[in-house]
Design a protein around this ligand. Sequence first.
Ligand SMILES: Cc1cc2nc3c(=O)[nH]c(=O)nc-3n(C[C@H](O)[C@H](O)[C@H](O)COP(=O)(O)OP(=O)(O)OC[C@H]3O[C@@H](n4cnc5c(N)ncnc54)[C@H](O)[C@@H]3O)c2cc1C
Length: 412
Amino acid sequence: MKRPAVAIIGAGASGLCAAIEAAVTAKGKADIVVFESLARCGKKILATGNGRCNLSNADTDLSHYYGDTALVSSVFESYSPQSTLDFFQTLGLFLRVDQAGRIYPLSNQASAVLDALRFEVQRLQVEIKTETPVKTIEKTKDGYLLNGSFFADSVVIACGGKAAPVHGSDGSGYALLHSLQVKTTPVFPALTPLIIDQFPKSLKGIRAEGSIAVKNRGKILAQSTGEIQYTDYGLSGIPAMQVSGAVSGLLTEDPNAVCHVFIDRAPGVSEEQLTDYIMRQKKERPALLCEDLLTGIMPKRLGVTVLTEVSVQPQKNLNALNAGAVSALVANIKSKKYKISSVCGFAEAQVTGGGVPVSEINMQTLALNKAAHIHVCGEIVNVHGDCGGYNLLWAWNSGRLAGYSAVKGCLC
Ligand SMILES: Cc1cc2nc3c(=O)[nH]c(=O)nc-3n(C[C@H](O)[C@H](O)[C@H](O)COP(=O)(O)OP(=O)(O)OC[C@H]3O[C@@H](n4cnc5c(N)ncnc54)[C@H](O)[C@@H]3O)c2cc1C
């Protein structure tokens, strides 16, 4: 008798986890087949965390997620963040937690994570068909027909979104969903640098601690602190990436929305403390050059730009600073404002905002309301998270639930 077949579309983070959970749940009573458009599976996993794969975080509060966060909460009830760590440890992957709570493989190599998943997929005799993009899904009276030739009783769509298409996620999953009459919300790049018109070229290449807040009509949309990377087109680094989704989402909704970024270049130091420091330096070291005033606070090149932005000449002595210049300088250090023109696109983004909304999904099983035996997981769903392991955590856990439900759905 023909055995039920579960087709998983996409061998990325969520698809590989779906395949493993499906095979474990099936206990040999169903065939699990993964379709992957690229020549190898898990290509994006290798690029994560700068090649180290930040696979989860010790702080799994839902406030780190955006979009339909009810889905995250529901998935975490079935597959908790702790269960994911246990899952990887069962696969032989030792883990380490850094000071910020980010969780990495002990080897510090993303390839170790992919290997652990690949070896398990092999052990469970899951078939992976590489270089096989799925272009069509047709509903038949007995199940689903993929690419007009492969029959599946259940399907998991784990195609990812549109971010970083070089790693395979080219957005083709949305076309599959639309062919099934499933609606998706507008998608936008997130965790991507901010573009600022006429950004000072003198800042290019500087890395410095700072806090970033982005505002629209005076309201704070998002804020983040960490190492800012100044580029020739704007701001990058974790704080800029963290706030980018809020800007990108708003600009997608309303292309005419005006967003500003405010940079605090001395986070943790109050305006009073800065003023006291400058006044003390002026009194005790009146002959010190202005260009050397801020070297204890920020990189010298950034300090010089900060001075010139308020027309303080770097080569002048401190005794030339009048009270007005001191207060302008302090205000400029604490809150430099730039107008954001846009964010970098999907090619540079780490993740996709938007996607399949909760209204299209059964929260308990991740099956589509319009197609009970088709499940969705990972980045294609309207969920994205902060930097720090949150997107992979969502991909692993939603993938595992989708794989489990896909098998349960076709075996019962
Ligand atoms: C540079 C970079 C660094 C990142 N670092 C981190 C990090 O450290 N921590 C973190 O949590 N997140 C990180 N992310 C985000 C994280 O990698 C993604 O959110 C996650 O991989 C999404 O998993 P997914 O399975 O949904 O999609 P993907 O990993 O994108 O996998 C989708 C797979 O489906 C395949 N596919 C697509 N369409 C089809 C089709 N029609 N037929 C067959 N196959 C198809 C693709 O080739 C791909 O292999 C990073 C992302 C990038 C780009």
